[in-house]
Design a protein around this ligand. Structure first.
Ligand code: F6P
Length: 545
């Protein structure tokens, strides 16, 4: 049932060549790679879809890049990308196509699933979303008592939360501030209570967002929301205050939402790849249909680039391959994403699901255990805050942490020196990480000999710099698609299914078993291990005091 690389990556000639090459270049310093090669930065900078990638501050020679590109070729990245774009069953363990690219395809595109062109359906839903959000934003769609909507609360989790939440935050500069858009994901009641504390049910709209409409957290929060609303407005108010986003019309109906008020999508859209579908409804409510379409256009521009550009000039491929270089050959276990923009504060959390749920796998598509590491731990925080927190480890710790610095040339709020200082910090960090400061340089400053080792920066710490002119819906879309395809490239080289997530199932099943044991009146017979049994008994004792 393979669609990708059938040969385990280690058996590919390019992998073996990279192992040899790594031994030759591992001790080369970025200082040396730059010295005597003034064209390095220019050669190692690529632009596409409004984004610029400078990958010159990586521990890579031209030969490294060409071997990595050869690896992508031997692993069948091109062929598998075409299979994805053509609607083949790329998600082999779930037997589904993977077509988030169809969600942002222009109206006249042709993308077939089972002989049917799905693009008209995609645009029909986008048009309904646009019509609905325009009515809400203009005050035409009113609540049960005739009041215009002033707050929209998205109830969802994982892919049904992180995408719209991150993008709504990222595009706040473009949002209608008269409509407050909020997000509730955690089953912890605190999330619901805090999100709705200052809201009036009469002008609040809930968007219940769940691909399956079976997710425990979302259904629990949605039931609480319905009680919160109907306690004040009565059952008949549900129709004007609840809409659903789902692939499960029966589940939506059963919950009590009229399927007329449902925005559908398709099983070929993975949760973490679903922002461009109806899952983006809350974002559209915040920024309006036009801005939403601009974001889709940015995504599509990156899709086109990924599909057409040669691997050595292909932004997602280069990011993915460099990630493999560090993860598999240098043993880097994590990857930091550091946006130098306050609006991108949730971008690292969004990427955590995108990358770690996709490529956090231990077997290949055939079910064979991987004999190489797969996806890294992805983490990060906006600069400059991170500089005053964890950058110490990036500069002087013992671990190698490859970093992506993401920044913008123009500010959204041009005030005083803020933007120049922000950008100066971004550039300075990439320079300091790459080149460091030698013991000789430190000593030459007259520093006490005992302190020289403490004040030395070894450098040779790799980073990518990703820039755009401004943070706009377009550039956000391009950035999202860049990372989606990066994850795809890596998954293809590792030969894994990046589109399933079986690893989340066991915990869900066990929680379903444990919840009744916590809630039972009579002490239940516990058959877990001694630790789990004790934790359950401790909870029961506490709540029954
Ligand atoms: O955590 C597992 C997961 O299935 C994610 O992949 C998904 O995005 C999330 O749960 C929410 O699922 P749903 O949209 O079906 O509620």
């Amino acid at each position: 049932m393979t669609t990708g690389n059938k040969t385990p990556p280690r058996m590919l000639p390019a992998w073996k060549a990279l192992e040899n090459h790594h031994r030759q270049v591992v001790h080369r310093h970025l200082r040396d790679l730059f010295a005597g090669d003034p064209a390095r930065a220019e050669r190692m900078t690529v632009e596409a879809a409004g984004l610029v990638l400078d990958f010159s501050k990586n521990r890579a020679t031209d030969e490294t890049i060409s071997l990595l590109c050869e690896l992508a070729t031997q692993a069948g990245v091109r062929e598998r990308a075409e299979a994805m774009f053509h609607g083949e069953l790329v998600n082999v363990t779930e037997g589904r196509p993977v077509l988030h690219v169809a969600l942002r395809a222009p109206r006249d595109s042709l993308i077939h699933v089972g002989g049917v062109n799905v693009v008209p359906e995609v645009h029909a839903v986008l048009d309904r979303m646009a019509e609905f959000s325009s009515r809400v934003r203009s005050g035409q769609w009113t609540g049960h008592t005739g009041l215009p909507i002033q707050a929209a609360v998205n109830i969802g989790i994982g892919g049904s939360d992180l995408g719209p939440r991150m993008a709504t935050h990222a595009l706040r500069a473009f949002a209608d501030r008269d409509l407050s858009v909020r997000f509730v994901s955690n089953v912890d009641a605190t999330a619901f209570v805090e999100a709705t504390r200052d809201l009036d049910p009469a002008n609040t709209l809930f968007v219940v967002c769940s691909k399956t409409f079976t997710t425990l957290e979302t259904l629990t929060n949605a039931r609480t929301a319905r009680e919160w609303l109907t306690a004040v407005l009565g059952e008949e108010a549900v129709a004007k205050h609840f809409v659903a986003v789902s692939t499960n019309a029966d589940g939506v109906r059963e919950f009590g939402i009229d399927p007329e008020n449902m925005f559908g999508f398709w099983d070929w859209v993975g949760g973490r790849y679903s922002l461009a579908s109806a899952v983006g409804l809350s974002l559209m409510l915040a920024v309006g249909p036009e801005r939403f379409r601009e974001m889709l256009d940015g995504m599509h521009a990156m899709d086109d680039h990924f599909r057409a550009a040669p691997i050595e000039r292909n932004l997602p491929a280069l990011l993915g391959l460099l990630g493999i270089w560090y993860g598999n050959f240098f043993g880097a276990a994590t990857h930091a994403v550091l946006p130098y923009d306050e609006y991108l504060g949730l971008f690292p959390a969004y990427l955590q699901q995108l990358d770690m749920e996709s490529d956090g796998k231990r077997v290949d598509e055939e079910g064979r255990p991987l004999d190489v590491d797969s996806g890294p731990v992805v983490w990060g925080q906006p600069g400059t805050d991170g500089q005053h927190a964890f950058f110490q480890l990036l500069h002087q710790g013992t671990r190698l942490v490859p970093c992506d610095f993401v920044g913008f040339l123009e500010p959204l709020h041009p005030i005083g020196r803020h933007h120049a200082l922000l950008f100066a910090n971004l550039v300075a960090q990439t320079e300091a990480l790459a080149f460091g400061k030698t013991a000789e340089e430190v000593a030459a400053e007259g520093i006490d000999t005992a302190l020289v080792p403490h004040r030395t920066f070894p450098g040779n710490r790799p980073s990518n710099t990703i820039l755009a002119d401004r943070l706009t819906p377009w550039t956000l879309g391009a950035l999202i698609a860049l990372y989606e395809h990066k994850v795809f490239v890596q998954g293809t080289v590792w030969g894994i299914d990046s589109f399933d997530q079986w690893g989340v199932e066991l915990g869900k099943t066990l929680a379903g078993r444990i919840a009744p044991e916590l809630e039972a009146e009579a002490p239940p017979e516990l058959r877990h291990d001694s630790s789990t049994n004790a934790l359950i008994r401790r909870y029961r004792a506490a709540v029954r005091q």
